[in-house]
Write a protein of this length. Sequence first.
Length: 248
Amino acid sequence: MPTKRERPGRGDGTGGGSVVDEAIGRLRKRIESGEFAPGHRLPPEAVLAAELELSRPSLREAVRALAMAGVLDVRRGDGTFVTDLRPDRLLSAIGSFLDLAQDTGLEEMLECRKVLEPGATALAATRIDDAALDRLLERIERMRTLQDPEELVREDLAFHADIVAAAGNRTLSSLVSSVTQRTARARIWRALVKSDVLSWTHQQHMDIYAALRARDSLAAFTAAGRHVGDVELWVRERLDPLRERTER
């Protein structure tokens, strides 16, 4: 939900996208206009958020995205600066996204995850104890407080690993771990650019937890399958157009 001061838009000030897109657009326009020139140090977060009529969390996510794109340079303890905007720097920064698009193994790993994880979750529903369930709930609540995409994905990986461990099958745990670790980069990308990922992830994790608490194998299988399937669909929808552009 945008704050009262935020006006949702496409990111170029013309309406139609997420609040974070709008924040990125407002920052980008100032950089393109020369107001924030290469080497320019951005104003303090509170000042810049007020100038751009944005909430500080939205501004923070916009800065994070532009830093990953090579446009901004966040120097801890020193401030945030506009980079020199050299083409080689910008191309290098987007290399990880192009690697994702060209990584044909990613889709196979996502399919493997969709096969393995729901079954492991269903098995865990028959074996998980109350202590493990309490730890899962604590992890879910901890994830609600996270803003950093990498931290969120680390907790997400640990959440699913705890569930598979509760199934009591070490071979299965090893198989699932090898697959989920290889999809982590795509999940970090998704956590960065999907503005409602926190609420979306929390609700689906709660659905999985509720099924496990009820010791309902079918509900656990369904909830885990929906969760993994939605991630796979989201990634595919964004990688396919990117592949098409790189193949032209």
